[in-house]
Design a protein around this ligand. Structure first.
Ligand code: PRX
Length: 656
């Protein structure tokens, strides 16, 4: 069947790897899950399966009902009361594991901090009191815009402790992106830092936000972490801005964890969809924690007393929420938390960290793997990675060559690779191998997690047993998003309309092979995946158009060896503006300011006009063909067919 899959990887090439890797007997023998019967058990009674996982958590009040499903509205563990931070901290300390390390933190500047569960609990309790002292109420939104420092998970847990809803914004996003997300989530308190470190230099954070903050009249307080020890100028507005360390000194040490309803919101996280307006994905407490602790345990085969786990994502993305903070801490696991870039101060930084802490599990994105391959096909001599026992991948399709390199070079050929498919909206890993059970094929996320039901369907929603189509999820799962913040209609329309109210429309294209294995190919909507991060074409377009010189813009994703996809923008200028190299630089900077550096177009192509249908819709598909130098089919349906020839010339000229 014909489906439009944007610029996904080369499907046929992807599926033509012959290799299949069975779990080794040795791995199987000690794995948390080594018996395939677990799939049948979960399938026979999914609710009982999830309840079994929920029972591993501490509940202040047991639930009356596992699931209430009034499609597409789900409630999990109805009537149950729980405190997420209690489950991530207090209960481990109470069980005598207070001295266990929660995070080995490595700063970009080489600083090291070892944070035990007891340490993290006391920081969290105190900071929860700071939030209370600042007037934060249960259900209120608290913004978090921080570098990867231990204060970030502590701030999240402090919110969870008092029932506040955190809204983390990735530290690489711009002040304007922070402003928009704070405004739309009605945040009254924001936690940030004086600066973040970039290649040894402090980059002001708080100061860069000041203008945006002044445009937020509802922002009562801004709490500022002193990351650099006073090295950057940080103007503090009297009555609004306060220092983290001063507030902590003034706050009480004890803050009991209050139980909240299982469905009490835990966080919102904004993600890109196919419009310019980011979506506030809303997750809840009991179901989310059940889903992430279950998948973290089973997929990464966690034994807390044995493993040192490193998820090299950023806390600003869902991967950081689910698999740096909540999943690992709920499981009492020891993690590495790393602030910096992989190549600062040198390209061996990751290997150094793995060796120093004896990391056993590494979870990262294909974009990082491709970068390492580019640096050299071998790990530089002298680094010992023999403690690694399991490798994970997430964020975008991984091509089989990169998968094999990951397994052979980083994993020394002995570590299973788990390619985990999921989304901000799913909250938890949905399609993945279980390393002690599933035979893996390089490039395939393999099978749905036990209890999860996934199907590939045609345009009409008919199930495709074998072949390509649209990926759907068929059954509620505990960590699923419950709604979009203050926008239930958009939630229904975006995810639960195309194939009916009972079927979750993922927005990805996928194929199922003869063994029932899933191969996720990429997005079917106008979302570009840059380095594993979702950006909407529309969001980038509207930021371009907000520049005074730009009349119109169209944005597409093009394959990129390093970042998976890269942004190409076609720009039409206002009268009186001339194309120039300086203007290209200015527009890229403009997008960086509006959204963040990640969204900067790699390529800008000037166009006198854009190819449009007679009804005025921009034909992005045609732009992709032009940019990639492909043959163009029939263009007579265009309002002005001459436009494509003209743009084609520009593309060619740019390549010369
Ligand atoms: O297109 C899929 C891709 O990333 C999207 C989800 O992006 P986000 O919500 O930002 O979450 C990223 C981290 C979970 C998906 O719709 N994606 C994610 N993981 C994979 C993937 N594509 C292929 N294989 C994966 N393992």
């Amino acid at each position: 069947m014909e489906i439009q899959i944007g610029e996904g990887p080369d499907v046929e090439a992807l599926m033509h790897t012959e290799e299949v890797f069975e779990p080794s007997e040795e791995f199987k023998a000690q794995a948390n899950f080594g018996d395939p019967a677990v799939y049948d058990r979960a399938e026979a009674d999914p609710e009982a399966w999830w309840a079994e996982w929920a029972h591993k958590l501490d509940w202040a009040q047991p639930w009356d009902k596992v699931l209430e499903w009034d499609a597409p509205w789900a409630k999990w563990f109805v009537g149950g009361k729980i405190n997420v931070s209690h489950n991530c901290l207090d209960r481990h300390v109470a069980a005598g594991n207070g001295d266990r390390v929660a995070y080995y933190w490595v700063g970009e500047d080489g600083a090291r901090r070892t944070i035990t569960y007891s340490d993290l609990l006391s920081t969290t309790e105190r900071f929860a009191n700071v939030l209370k002292n600042l007037g934060v109420q249960p259900g209120e939104t608290v913004g978090i815009y921080l570098p990867m420092i231990p204060e970030a998970p502590a701030a999240m847990l402090a919110c969870a402790r008092i029932g506040a809803v955190h809204n983390v914004v990735f530290g690489g996003f711009s002040a304007e992106a922070v402003r928009e997300r704070m405004e739309t989530s009605h945040a009254k308190v924001l936690i940030t830092a004086d600066a973040t470190l970039r290649r040894g230099e402090p980059l002001p954070m708080k100061q860069s936000l000041d203008e945006a903050l002044d445009a937020l009249p509802d922002m009562r307080h801004v709490v500022v972490v002193d990351r650099t020890g006073g090295k950057v100028e940080t103007p503090m507005r009297e009555g609004r801005d306060v220092w983290w360390h001063e507030q902590m000194l003034a706050a009480d040490a004890d803050c009991p964890a209050e139980p909240f309803d299982a469905e009490h919101p835990l966080f919102i996280l904004y993600t890109s969809g196919s419009t310019a307006k980011p979506k506030g994905i809303q997750h809840t407490s009991g179901g989310f924690l059940t889903g992430v602790s279950a998948t973290h345990n089973a997929v990464f085969d966690i034994k807390p007393e044995r493993d040192v786990y490193w998820c090299a994502a950023d806390i600003g993305w869902v991967t950081g929420h689910s698999y740096i903070v909540y999943g690992p801490l709920a499981n009492g696991c020891t993690s590495v938390l790393y602030e910096g870039a992989p190549d600062y101060p040198h390209q061996g930084r990751w290997w150094e960290i793995i060796q120093e802490y004896g990391v056993t599990i590494l979870y990262t994105a294909p974009t990082a793997i491709r970068t390492f391959i580019k640096w050299g096909r071998d790990i530089p001599d002298g680094y010992d990675l023999s403690t690694l026992r399991l490798l994970g991948s997430v964020g975008e399709p991984i091509n089989p060559r990169a998968w094999l390199w990951y397994r052979d070079v980083i994993g020394g050929g002995r570590c299973p690779v788990v390619d985990t498919w999921w989304q901000t909206e799913t909250g938890m890993i949905m399609i993945t191998p279980l390393p002690g059970i599933t035979a893996t094929k390089p490039g395939s996320a393999t099978r749905p997690f036990p209890g999860v039901s996934a199907e590939v369907v045609t345009h009409d929603g008919e199930i495709v047993e074998q072949g390509g189509g649209f990926l759907t999820l068929r059954r509620p799962w505990p960590a699923m998003a419950r709604t979009l913040y203050l926008d239930p209609d958009r939630f229904v329309e975006t995810y639960w309309s195309r194939f009916g109210r009972e079927v979750y429309d993922v927005g990805d294209a996928a194929r199922v092979d003869e063994d029932g294995y899933f191969w996720v190919l990429g997005r079917t909507d106008d979302v570009i995946n840059v380095s594993g991060h979702r950006l909407s074409t529309m969001e980038v377009e509207s930021s371009l158009v907000s520049h005074e010189g730009v009349a119109e813009a169209a944005v597409i994703g093009q394959n990129d060896e390093q970042t998976g996809q890269a942004i190409t923008a076609f720009v039409t200028l206002e009268g009186g503006w001339e194309p120039s190299a300086e203007l290209i630089a200015e527009l890229r900077e403009h997008v960086a300011e509006k959204i963040g550096k990640l969204a900067r177009p790699k390529r800008i192509i000037w166009a006198d006009d854009l190819p449009k249908t007679r009804s005025g819709k921009i034909m992005r598909r045609l732009l992709r063909d032009i940019a990639d130098g492909r043959e163009l089919g029939d263009v007579t349906t265009l309002r002005d067919p001459a436009v494509v020839g003209m743009i084609g010339e520009r593309v060619k000229a740019g390549e010369d």
